[in-house]
Design a protein around this ligand. Structure first.
Ligand SMILES: [Zn+2]
Ligand SMILES: [Zn+2]
Length: 314
């Protein structure tokens, strides 16, 4: 009788411990428990600085920033984002095209999502363009948010192309609302959010046009939605938020190896980030994945091109 009671108590204690461990983040005690990477498509620093972006400017003032980070060659959306989210240059990831080509399959190198999943974390991405499906290594992304139902069509002429292409895009307002609902419900370890209003208006009206500056203001409102969702989910104290871009632009296009197209912002804010810090070290798009892995204490692949932007952190 006594022995049976003792066994019961031991079982109950083990169950309580298991429940406690389940409710603790798998990443507790690391530099960060959650990393949010937010990309402003076509986010040219000069235009950002001329736009109404009080939320981003607050993150810059309270965090670490460089306005001189450098993207990939070519400075176009898909190759650059694949570098941002794999930590390797296009020569290694080989995604050099810039449209959704289902027949091309998924990227052949590990992604920040696949590495976080392997380490026991959870992952999500919310995007404004369908071509991000090329990053969906099987089993690596718990939630892929591309809200096709509310997408609009944008016609654009890319650098080096003779014919304009058409592409479906989802507004930042929708992307941020979808991401906010998911973050509240699931508290992902690694979450990527992509706003593309600024690229669409850049191709239609020009980089730096009043219409594009309004789109930057709209994306800033999306950023506010994200921050509120992260706070509401109780993750603000344990998260790092990185805001960057895939390329800049000139006239109504981008894709060249020129400062207008190559220069992007790189802003970090949150747990352990130095306050009011100007990052003076050179920062590349590949460094975003390297930084996320370093923050989450996940061993990077040996041939990663990126380096953690460690100087931005205490
Ligand atoms: Zn882009
Ligand atoms: Zn574009």
């Amino acid at each position: 009788m006594f022995r049976a009671m003792q066994t019961n108590l031991t079982r109950r204690a083990a169950l309580c411990l298991a429940l406690l461990l389940l409710t603790c983040s798998a990443f507790a005690g690391r530099r960060a428990e959650h990393v949010f990477i937010i990309s402003l498509d076509g986010g040219k620093p000069d235009v950002i600085q001329q736009s109404q972006m009080p939320v981003l400017k607050r993150l810059v003032a309270e965090g670490a920033c460089t306005w001189g980070a450098q993207t990939t060659v070519p400075s176009s959306t898909l190759p650059s984002h694949v570098s941002m989210l794999t930590g390797v240059q296009p020569a290694k990831h080989l995604v050099t095209w810039n449209s959704y080509k289902p027949e091309a399959g998924v990227v052949k190198v590990p992604t920040v999502f696949s590495l976080v999943k392997q380490a026991g974390g959870s992952t999500a991405m919310f995007v404004g363009k369908e071509k991000f499906k090329h990053l969906l290594v099987p089993g690596s992304v718990d939630e892929f948010g591309y809200n096709r139902k509310v997408s609009g069509e944008v016609t654009k002429l890319m650098e080096g192309e003779k014919k304009p292409t058409k592409e479906g895009t989802v507004l930042a307002k929708t992307v941020s609302a979808d991401a906010a609902a998911y973050i509240a419900a699931k508290q992902p370890t690694l979450c990527f959010i992509h706003f593309t209003d600024t690229d669409s208006t850049g191709h239609k009206f020009g980089w730096g046009s009043p219409e594009q500056r309004q789109a930057f203001a709209d994306e800033d409102a999306g950023l506010d939605t994200m921050l509120k969702a992260i706070r509401k989910a109780g993750l603000l104290e344990t998260s790092v938020i990185i805001v960057t871009a895939d390329h800049g632009g000139h006239a109504k296009t981008h894709g060249l190896n020129i400062p207008d197209d190559m220069t992007v912002p790189w802003v970090a804010w949150g747990k352990g980030v130095k306050k009011n810090c100007t990052i003076t070290a050179p920062v590349l798009t590949c460094d975003t994945t390297a930084t996320a892995l370093w923050l989450l204490d996940i061993k990077p692949p040996a041939d990663l091109d990126g380096q953690p932007v460690a100087s931005a952190f205490e």
